[in-house]
Design a protein around this ligand. Structure first.
Ligand code: ATP
Ligand code: MG
Length: 352
């Protein structure tokens, strides 16, 4: 695999670029102008070149910087930035480095720092670990756990549809992640969708990018603009009504139904497909919620979908209640091996 120096945006700032002390802001964590860093202990000021490494990377040496990573290749690109595969020079460990270009307004810094702090404090086997965050030269860089299977969106493109027994296993993991975010961390995901569910050859499924849409709101250019897709947004969120945890439950139901159907559950009004995102939003708000057909799926699956995809959030179950839904445990006896399923569909997994 080709390795090389990090792209220009990842270069560490030189000593001359070191901002003055007066540019430090401090509230709910520490924010340093020109170099934001959050570690597992919270948001704090660090030098531009040295940060504390989490034990997983290097137990013996607690210094880590972007310069310790080799860029291997670009593995993804979203609306907000680029994702690189990087390798830690000393341990050989792979990570995903997500670079989000954004200039954070002074007024939004505390909020962004808080989001990053929450992001890094998440520790669950069902949530992608964010080891560290940097902010410099108008870009936030997140060092994330690398998931070698890519996203569920990528996987769906390969397999088209996911059979119920595998879907139940995937759903259980996503629910555990969502339950963790809601009940342990008291945060909403806000952007649950197939590209934010990552998989690996061990059969793990983890949620990523929680809080990223909240962080994006902190940029001047994007202040009132949602970046990403509206497809999985709940009706109440589109309507700008109050939205809460149940908004994520709507998105979960829609994602699971899409995986089962092999297509987005809403159909465009005309044969050529959706013309623009207003049409998608209109369909979500104006038309009845999609259902799973009992002719195609088990009664437990159909019931699970209608427990999530209800237009009135009050009619949806909570993640706590969904954990006990019969669909989630329906195939437990089969001992479904998601690792083999993922690698058989995408043989290139686990080559790193
Ligand atoms: P959007 O910008 O609309 O939210 P997105 O979620 O696809 O779309 P990104 O979050 O930037 O955008 O991710 C782009 C792609 O990079 C993902 O679809 C996935 O394939 C890959 N990716 C992201 N994070 C990781 C990771 N931690 N490990 C492996 N691949 C990743
Ligand atoms: Mg994403």
């Amino acid at each position: 695999m080709k390795k090389g120096p990090l792209p220009p945006t990842l270069k560490l700032p030189s000593a001359e670029e070191e901002p003055s002390l007066s540019s430090f802001l401090s509230q709910s964590g520490t924010f340093k102008h020109g170099d934001l860093l959050v570690n597992k202990n919270g948001v704090r000021i660090v030098s531009n070149t040295e940060v504390e490494a989490p034990a997983l990377i290097q137990p013996s040496d607690n210094q880590l910087s972007l310069a310790d990573f080799d860029a291997v290749q670009v593995i993804g690109q979203g609306a907000g930035g680029i994702v690189h595969l990087v390798q830690h020079k000393w341990t050989g460990q792979y990570f995903a480095l997500k670079v989000i270009q954004m200039n954070i307004e002074e007024s939004a810094r505390d909020r962004v720092a808080k989001e990053l702090k929450i992001n890094q404090s998440c520790q669950s086997p069902y949530v992608v670990v964010c080891y560290q965050s940097f902010y410099e030269n108008g870009a936030i860089s997140l060092i994330l756990e690398f998931m070698d299977g890519g996203s569920l969106a990528d996987f769906l493109k390969k397999v088209n549809r996911i059979p119920e027994q595998f879907l139940a296993a995937i759903c259980k993991r996503v629910l555990k992640g969502l339950w963790y975010l809601h009940h342990e961390k008291h945060i909403l995901h806000r952007d649950l969708k197939p590209s934010n569910l990552l998989i690996n050859h061990r059969g793990e499924v983890k949620i990523t990018d929680f809080g990223v849409s909240a962080i994006m709101k902190g940029t001047a250019a994007l202040a009132n603009t949602f970046v990403g897709t509206y497809h999985y947004m709940s009706p109440e969120r589109i309507n700008a009504d109050h939205h809460g945890y149940k908004s994520d439950v709507w998105s979960l139901g829609l994602v699971i139904l899409e995986c089962a159907l092999g297509r987005f559950p809403y159909s465009s009004p005309q044969p050529g497909g959706w013309v623009n995102f207003y049409e998608v939003m209109e369909a979500i708000v104006e038309t009845p919620a999609p259902v799973a057909s009992p002719e195609l799926f088990s009664s437990e699956f159909c019931s699970f979908i209608s427990s999530c995809v209800q237009k009135d959030p009050k009619d949806r179950l909570s993640t706590n209640e969904l954990m006990a839904h019969p669909f989630v445990n329906k195939y437990d006896d089969l001992d479904v091996d998601l690792g083999s399923y993922f690698t058989s569909a995408v043989p290139s997994l686990a080559t790193l």
